[in-house]
Write a protein that binds this ligand. Sequence first.
Ligand code: HXC
Length: 292
Amino acid sequence: MAFVCRNAAALLKTSRAAPTLVSAAARLCSSGVQYEYIMVEKRGEKKNVGFIQLNRPKALNALCDGLMKEMGEALDALESDRDVGAIVITGSDRAFAAGADIKEMQNQTFQKCFSGNFLAHWNRVSTVKKPVIAAVNGFALGGGCELAMMCDIIYAGEKAQFGQPEILLGTIPGAGGTQRLTRAVGKSLAMEMVLTGDKINAQEAKQSGLVSKIFPVDQLVSEAVKCGEKIAANSKLVSAMAKEAVNAAFEMTLAEGNHMEKRLFHATFATDDRKEGMTAFVEKRKANFQDK
Ligand code: HXC
């Protein structure tokens, strides 16, 4: 079932409205307006997993400007949807995404790139507060690999291939590839991939720590949704704090990161959900989190 949010997301973006209006806008998502380059719906038994599928099959899901703008709109809407506790981004069996759209970039100039801050809006994927899972089948190349790495968890299908082949086009990664890949797989492998353009397969990606799990191609998406459901069953409020704390490890010194973690840990004691979680344990029952 299509769960499409273009108008709602536009409204959310421009609106400084009260939370009730914002969630009303999020609910507009069921109004049936189609995106051009992506498909968006809610999956899982409780429909609490936002699901974004890249849908540009003829171009192997090359990430044209229109696609990334729609991605931002869909993420805005899912972020504002109180029922959604996690988001899965996936492509097709053949390609997660074969990179930024080379045909669109072919005639770009430095002047336009610089003055227009070319591709800056891609960053929206990495600023989502809700946990985001990339389910990667097939090619995840260039911007496709970078898109996966902006997500919080990467699951790979057995035939997935990851690479940063920009060097073969006379350019370099521009959406975090040199930074996130290096942090994920270490300097030597990152350098080798960025300097040669060579791809790594799913097994190599798993061994190097780029992905956390590998599944048969036809089970990948359902496993990613299951992971999303598991996350969505926890407190959304506390999950956002946990995500912020883990991400701090990539930005801060150990002392700063530990300090921030401690502050967030203390902050969980201001939530009803922390109390409910511990009370449920003591009472030997399942916690019923209210995201408060
Ligand atoms: C635009 C692309 C594309 C891309 C594939 N296509 N990748 N179009 N941008 N990144 C198009 C092809 O032009 C072709 O369309 C169709 O998809 C199928 O591709 P083929 O090459 O015919 O398929 P195949 O032989 O199976 O090879 C698959 C492939 C190859 C290995 C993935 O397509 C490839 O090398 N693609 C480019 C990968 C790449 O360099 N990515 C990095 C891009 S730069 P037509 O209509 O021509 O038949 C980048 C910079 C990021 O991402 C910077 C910051 C975001």
